[in-house]
Design a protein around this ligand. Structure first.
Ligand code: GLA
Length: 367
């Protein structure tokens, strides 16, 4: 690591969209996310008094010792402090003191992983100041630990992996059991397609009970089926038939069928048939809505409007209970889809959704 880094610098990390494969990561399954063009940028300068400060726009600044422990810091700065804590544990010595100036373009509360984007950018900045390097696969696990044990959200590895390990122009085929990522080319221009992220302002919260209770249902299903995780299920139909509790069966059915849909999407993308992915995205949304029960009416209406406007496929992306929709849209249908989702919001008496035209972008790094 160069002395240039220990003297300070700028690091950034993208938000992420999960094209398909939600609530599969903590079931050791498959997902197909990509990094967004929108990024969180951290400019870091060393300080010598053993403290970390963090400022971001109008938010209350964070200021805590580098020896911070879980429970010390709450609010948005807990994401920063959690990273300082976990890196200190990993390195066996507190991270260097730092002033961190944060600027984020990633919409907050939209299921686009603004918090993991912040955590990953801060992690790279603090490692840079420390003159230390951690392989990306391992860093993703550390960021997960900060999120689970410091922030208190029982989330999986999807987001950090997408943010830290994605490549420009590629989807990231993530196997959460083997922790492998295979870049899958995604040439939207060649296919005449656009990916829209539509945020209908239905903020989601992963520290509420919904995410944890879904996770528990999946673990219960695996226990009843006598497998370590749902990934180990070989005969999906037989497994589902043997689950007697209807709710547990539906939660497991989402995960098991979602894994199959991810594999089908990867196969289509590898053949260059990006348009073929559309119906699988829509099927994934139906599975979340009906089986996993983690969608909300405003998101369902947005999906329906996008499809009515000509999208080839649309689904809620991320943890759910609100958040944004990702839609695969032929380029010429983009105005119609924008108009349809805006009209649907107006009919429901809601503010117009934010519509972003996105494409798979580079992962986190030094700027
Ligand atoms: C959130 C979590 C991820 C993953 C998704 C759902 O984004 O942080 O680990 O579980 O929800 O796929």
């Amino acid at each position: 690591m160069s002395g240039q880094d220990t003297a300070g610098g700028t690091w950034s990390a993208p938000g992420r969209v999960n094209l398909i494969g939600d609530h599969t990561d903590y079931n050791a399954g498959f997902a197909l996310p990509f990094a967004l063009p929108q990024r969180t940028t951290v400019t870091a300068r060393p300080r010598t008094d053993g403290r970390v400060t963090a400022t971001s726009g109008d938010l209350e600044p964070g200021d805590f010792p580098t020896t911070t422990q879980p429970g010390d810091v709450t609010g948005w700065a807990a994401y920063v402090a959690g990273i300082a804590w976990v890196l200190g544990e990993h390195l066996g010595t507190p991270v260097p003191g730092a002033d961190l100036q944060i600027v984020s373009e990633v919409p907050v509360g939209s299921g686009l992983s603004s918090s993991h984007s912040l955590e990953c950018a801060v992690a790279l900045a603090l490692l840079g100041l420390a003159g230390a390097e951690v392989p990306r696969e391992e860093l993703a696990l550390l960021v997960q630990r900060a999120e689970n044990d410091y922030v208190g959200a029982p989330t999986g590895l999807l987001d950090q992996t997408a943010i830290l390990r994605s490549q420009d122009g590629h989807l990231s085929f993530f196997d959460a059991r083997d922790l492998t990522v295979e870049p899958v080319p995604c040439d939207l221009d060649a296919a005449g397609l656009t990916l829209l992220v539509i945020d209908p302002h239905a903020p989601h919260q992963l520290v509420d009970g919904g995410y944890a209770s879904r996770r528990e249902a999946c673990e219960r299903a695996a226990r009843e089926l006598g497998v370590p995780t749902l990934r180990e299920v070989e005969d999906v139909d037989a497994a589902l038939a043997s689950l007697t509790d209807d709710e547990t069966r539906r939660r497991a059915r989402h995960v098991l069928t979602e894994n199959q849909r991810v594999l089908e999407c990867v196969a289509l993308a590898r053949r260059g048939d990006l348009a073929g992915i559309g119906p699988l995205m829509t099927a994934s949304h139906a599975s979340m809505r009906d089986d996993f029960a983690n969608s909300v009416p405003v998101v369902d209406r947005t999906v329906e409007a996008a499809l009515a406007g000509g999208a080839l496929g649309a689904r809620m992306t991320g943890g759910g209970f609100g958040g944004a929709v990702v839609a695969l849209v032929p380029r010429e249908a983009v105005p119609e889809v924008r108009a349809a989702v805006t009209a649907a919001a107006a009919d429901a008496g809601l503010e117009a959704p934010v519509v972003l035209d996105v494409r798979p972008s580079r992962g986190a790094g030094r700027d």
